[in-house]
Ligand binder design. Structure first.
Ligand code: TGC
Ligand code: FAD
Length: 392
């Protein structure tokens, strides 16, 4: 892969709106990606392997629990810092950002927000350092966009619960030490349970042959009469709103992350277009290529402003689910369109692993699907503005 010469576009001087802490956090993540992700990521994506050696670095830049209070091992940062960290990591690779998103928003967040004090103290510090890795089991073979229909269930067996069922498409599952699993009780009410590797009847087979997110490990969660101690139930919230509340936080991070992937594609295409000569001129001199670049920077700038304003609303506790959906949907679509255009600008070179664009493009096919598909987010906006749900 070519050396990482990335220079971040900031067309509307967004840096002027950031605090010194935001910039420090962002720059530390940016340097770490240049040093520890860019040189290795293509090789790991090609061999479809998660680079486990990066876990310590992710913890050091605060990517595990950025907004979780320091007393539980988190970084105690605000939501804009969280977003900036996700942006920088996804500038390197969406699969690496997935690992951080899941650990922070889908594992640490529910334990912090819905767990007991004992659960917080037991799990959060180890998750923050990466000593333990986590995964989040909501999607099932028969229930993706409609998680409320889930079939995974648990029953009370006196001093423990017995869990049965299966989850599919679970990021980090093949190596996770703990899984936050959503399952129905005997009354059909959804609860969160913390399942630990090693519990009898619990297995996590890996899903192979992905063309997308190849540097992220994806797998299943199988529960065959797993005995889960009663103290592993998350008592603070139940019903579908509990897992959906975690998704709000992860989707917000993705709205920022997608900007990182887009910035990398734009920056690569701009540099290439200025250097690549055809018909005796740099291809950047042709109007058609300028149109592509001008539209890319316009869309990136709009996405940056959307994410920044959403971050302010999140900091004030005012961001709604529908506002988060709009940002996730818009910014991921923006990124995937830019990746496709940027790939064309590199001609044949665009399909090789010498450049990051094709990997971003393929990764974004997962990003536009998980955490609610592109269409589901449109329906969330539709329901919000009309007051009429069109899901069912
Ligand atoms: P609906 O009737 O709308 O709501 C059911 C209950 O939930 C409440 N609620 C929320 N609560 C908190 N936060 C939210 N964001 C909430 N959204 C809804 C709602 O008020 C209601 O409460 P109550 O008390 O009245 O029962 O539910 P629905 O069944 O009609 O579904 C709505 C829909 C389709 C929007 C929802 O199911 C959905 O978002 N589907 C998409 C599924 C999804 O996003 N799955 C993601 C799986 S995790 C993942 O992909 C991780 S990838 C990670 C990575 O690698 O980065
Ligand atoms: P389906 O729900 O079957 O949807 C198929 C198509 O139908 C989509 O285009 C969808 O938009 C459309 N559709 C569905 N319902 C409607 C409707 N009402 N109206 C109009 N169109 C509709 N899940 C987890 O729980 N944890 C994870 O860590 C996780 N990681 C993932 C990692 C990867 C790489 C991938 C690909 C997925 C991951 N997922 C995870 C699962 C992800 O959230 C689901 O794939 C996603 O929610 C869509 O579900 P589905 O794949 O079953 O598609």
């Amino acid at each position: 892969m070519k050396p990482d010469l990335f220079e971040a576009p900031d067309y509307y001087n967004l840096d002027d709106l950031l605090s010194e802490e935001h910039k420090l956090v962002r720059d530390a993540a940016r340097q770490w990606v240049k040093r520890d992700i860019s040189p290795i990521i293509e090789e790991y994506a090609q061999k479809a392997e998660f680079p486990e050696q990066i876990i310590g670095g992710l913890a050091e830049i605060g990517a595990f629990g950025p907004y979780i209070p320091e007393e539980y091992g988190g970084a105690g940062l605000d939501q804009i810092s969280y977003g900036l960290i996700m942006q920088e990591i996804e500038r390197g690779d969406s699969g690496v950002r997935s690992t951080a998103s899941v650990q922070s928003s889908l594992v640490m967040f529910p334990i912090f927000a819905y767990g007991t004090e004992e659960q917080r103290k037991k799990y959060l510090p180890k998750l923050a350092t990466g000593e333990w890795m986590g995964c989040f089991g909501l999607t099932e073979p028969n229930h993706g966009s409609n998680p409320g229909g889930m079939e995974t269930k648990f029953k009370d067996a006196g001093d423990h619960y017995v869990l049965n069922g299966a989850k599919l498409w679970i990021s980090n599952s093949p190596f996770a030490d703990v899984a936050v699993v959503w399952a129905k009780n005997e009354e059909g009410r959804i609860h969160g349970l913390i399942v630990e590797r090693g519990m009898e009847g619990f297995s996590t087979p890996e899903t192979h042959n992905k063309w997308s997110l190849r540097a992220s490990a994806t797998g299943e969660l199988i529960f065959d009469n797993v005995k889960v101690p009663k103290e592993n139930l998350l008592p603070g919230k139940n019903g579908l709103g509990a897992p959906l509340g975690c998704l709000d936080s992860a989707r917000y991070g993705i709205a920022w992350g997608a900007i990182g992937a887009a910035m990398d594609c734009y920056d690569t295409a701009l540099r290439y277009a200025k250097e690549r000569l055809q018909f005796g001129k740099p291809i950047a001199a042709f109007q058609l290529q300028q149109k592509k670049l001008a539209e890319m920077i316009t869309e990136i700038t709009k996405a940056q402003l959307l994410a920044f304003r959403l971050g302010q609303l999140k900091n004030e506790g005012k961001a709604t689910t529908a506002q988060i959906s709009m940002a996730k949907r818009n910014n991921v679509e923006m990124a995937i369109k830019i990746a496709r255009e940027a790939r064309q600008m590199l001609g044949g070179m665009g399909i090789t692993g010498e450049y990051s664009i094709m990997r971003h493009m393929m990764n974004l096919e997962s990003v536009i699907t998980y955490e609610g598909t592109h269409d589901i987010h449109l329906l969330i906006t539709g329901a919000d503005i009309t007051g009429i749900q069109a899901f069912k």
